[in-house]
Design a protein around this ligand. Structure first.
Ligand code: ADP
Ligand code: MG
Length: 297
């Protein structure tokens, strides 16, 4: 074959493989966008483990009408301008790839109304192509509906995990975000049934009661600590809850860690948490902990 530059859709679909691996990754990207938009209420509605339909509604600041279409181009972002900005990212997103990627492998509709607009904009996209646009009445915020995920990439569709696995993954994701953003009220509905709700009071304790249950929460203690900046180290603070020695689990998966509002997995950090229980826990038992680390970006 002769060398040719690939059509935009093919490029987007290949790239989409990195951003949207599965329904849970679509939920992650859209929820992160809602948080970046300053939403206080985020509603996540899932049908068929997310393969059939994912709808995320937020009451964030919305997208200006003249930018709605632009948001679906690859590398289109309002969060980053220069290379220098990369060292000071305070938003969850910055690459401008999620919407383009998700749209290229689904049938998507968006209704968004910007805080400074009188009207909302509706766009329908199929495989990344805009098929309909119109002005609509809508409250301030954004509603994105993703249907028939991977309908045009059969290989991806084939390798999707079971519906229940996806449901569980999505629920895990949403609970974690609710912990990291306790001032945001999250609602998760799966197949028409509400399965999780956080109150948005701003108290991590309330979210932990909702996610771990009151019995476990009663066996957690609040922790907080701060280390001032030193020559070679920036200021670091840690806060959250960790279990008393009588509450323990058989694996490290109940140690939940966030750095600057992002959920992370790190063996050294979870080892550090476990070490703090040295001699208090039998070998092979691990604490339950939810810890937020804050440090300069
Ligand atoms: P990124 O988040 O990396 O900038 P995305 O592809 O996820 O890239 O989104 C592109 C742009 O669309 C964002 O930079 C933002 O300006 C806008 N956007 C996406 N979702 C929302 C939302 N829920 N509310 C307001 N603006 C949004
Ligand atoms: Mg994003």
């Amino acid at each position: 074959m002769a060398i040719q530059i690939l059509p935009e859709l093919v490029v987007a679909q290949i790239a989409a493989g990195e951003v949207v691996e599965r329904p849970a990754s679509v939920v992650k990207e859209l929820v992160e966008n809602a948080l970046d938009a300053g939403a206080r209420n985020i509603r996540i509605e899932i049908t068929g483990g997310g393969r059939q339909r994912i709808r995320i509604s937020d009451d964030g600041f919305g997208i200006p009408p003249e930018e709605t279409e632009l948001a679906f181009y690859r590398h289109a972002t309002s969060k980053l301008r220069t290379t220098e900005d990369l060292t000071n990212i305070n938003t969850l997103g910055f690459r401008g790839e999620a919407l383009a990627s998700i749209a290229s492998v689904s049938q998507l509709s968006i209704v968004s109304r910007h805080v400074e607009s009188q009207m909302g904009t509706l766009l329908n996209l199929e495989g990344g192509q805009v098929v309909r646009r119109q002005h609509v009445g809508a409250p301030v915020g954004t509603v994105i509906t993703v249907e028939n995920l991977f309908y045009n990439t059969p290989a991806r569709l084939k390798f999707l995990k079971k519906e229940n696995t996806e449901k569980r993954q999505i629920a895990l994701f949403v609970t974690r975000y609710a912990m990291a953003y306790p001032h945001v009220r999250f609602t998760l509905e799966q197949d028409g049934r509400e399965v999780f709700r956080s109150s948005g009071t701003g108290q991590l304790a309330d979210v932990l009661v909702a996610s771990l249950g009151l019995d476990s929460f009663r066996n957690m203690v609040e922790v907080s600590g701060k280390e001032s900046a030193r020559e070679s180290r920036p200021e670091i603070s840690v806060s959250g809850y960790t279990s008393v020695p009588s509450l323990h689990r058989s694996d490290r998966n109940h140690i939940t860690l966030f750095v600057n509002g992002r959920w992370i997995q790190d063996t050294r950090l979870s080892y550090a948490v476990t070490q703090a229980y040295h001699t208090f826990l039998m070998t092979g038992r691990y604490p339950v902990a939810v810890l937020m680390l804050q440090l300069p970006p």
